[in-house]
Design a protein around this ligand. Structure first.
Ligand code: PDD
Length: 286
């Protein structure tokens, strides 16, 4: 059984409890982070900690602990659960005020709820799926407008994954005003004539921590990066396509709405970026 963390305590998962009045439960009033673990160490912890602080401040929530304390909880859970490859999930909500009310509770009276747990995924880095690639479909982006805040309101992304599954695909790319925003739980990219194209940052997408690292490595390797919107049609005609996230790293996309991309085979750019990302992440993990 896993050991999880809830509000200062390390407990067996079946003993960890959160109030039914928790605003995360009643109102999706909370934020989260997913940090991957490679070789028992945390990948880009600093990036996730930074984005967490931004998500909290955009929602007028105080950070319940500082970065060193947060790192310590992450490390302790990895240690207690013997995680070699996998993830640490962190969620912070606006707490449980003891009743249901739309108005935010006074933070002096209602402390945040802090929950962390690990997910063991042996073979995450060596994932054979990365040699096959995944299939995606295009769906309308029906999420709220502040997608740059990593909130726990994941109903539409969850529905998107179900739409993909029903269509015999692995995931969905969401489309707004004719252009791809991002994947249901990842950032989306295409490769054309050697250039890596991905949507520019803004409130329309989550500012992926993996995205930032991958674009940095691409530029360091002298690859051309264009941060701009693209359409599904442009993606279908691209040489390659891929996604990035803390749980998939760099994952090639070989089919979009039934049309093969790059002849339906995993291409060299996505393959190389995945190698560089995993290699560099292992080196820099803490
Ligand atoms: N999802 N876009 C969305 C909508 C996401 O939910 C995620 C991450 C990303 C990629 O961000 P990062 O590279 O920082 O993981 C982009 C996490 C992994 C999840 O919900 O499980």
């Amino acid at each position: 059984m896993r050991t999880v963390y809830v509000n200062g305590a390390y407990l067996p998962e079946d003993e960890a409890k959160v109030s039914i009045f928790d605003r995360g439960f009643l109102m999706a009033d909370g934020v989260y982070e997913v940090t991957s673990v490679l070789g028992g160490k945390l990948v880009d912890f600093a990036g996730h900690a930074e984005r967490l602080k931004r998500s909290l401040s955009e929602l007028d929530m105080a950070a319940p602990m500082d970065d060193p304390a947060l790192l310590e909880v992450h490390r302790e859970l990895v240690r207690l659960n013997g995680i070699d490859e996998g993830m640490v999930y962190l969620q912070i909500t606006r707490g449980a005020p003891g009743d249901r009310d739309f108005v935010f509770p006074d933070p002096e009276e209602t402390p945040a709820t802090v929950v962390l747990f690990t997910q063991s995924k042996p073979g995450l880095a060596a994932n054979p799926g990365a040699k096959q690639g995944i299939k995606v479909i295009g769906i309308e982006d029906q999420r709220w407008g502040r997608r740059d805040i990593k909130t726990v309101q994941l109903l539409y992304p969850s529905m998107g994954k179900m739409m993909a599954k029903a269509a015999g695909a692995d995931d969905a790319w969401m489309i707004e005003d004719g252009h791809v925003t991002e994947g249901t739980s990842n950032n989306a990219y295409i490769v054309k004539g050697g250039a890596i194209i991905t949507r520019h940052l803004g409130t329309e997408i989550l500012h992926g921590i993996t995205r930032a690292a991958v674009l940095r490595f691409a530029r360091e390797a002298q690859m051309v990066v264009e941060e701009r919107p693209f359409t599904i049609e442009e993606a279908q005609q691209a040489d390659e396509a891929f996604i990035t996230s803390a749980t998939t790293f760099v994952m090639p996309v070989v089919e979009i709405d039934g049309a093969p991309v790059g002849g339906g085979k995993v291409g060299p750019v996505a393959t190389r970026l995945r190698e560089i990302y995993i290699e560099e992440s292992r080196k820099a993990a803490v």
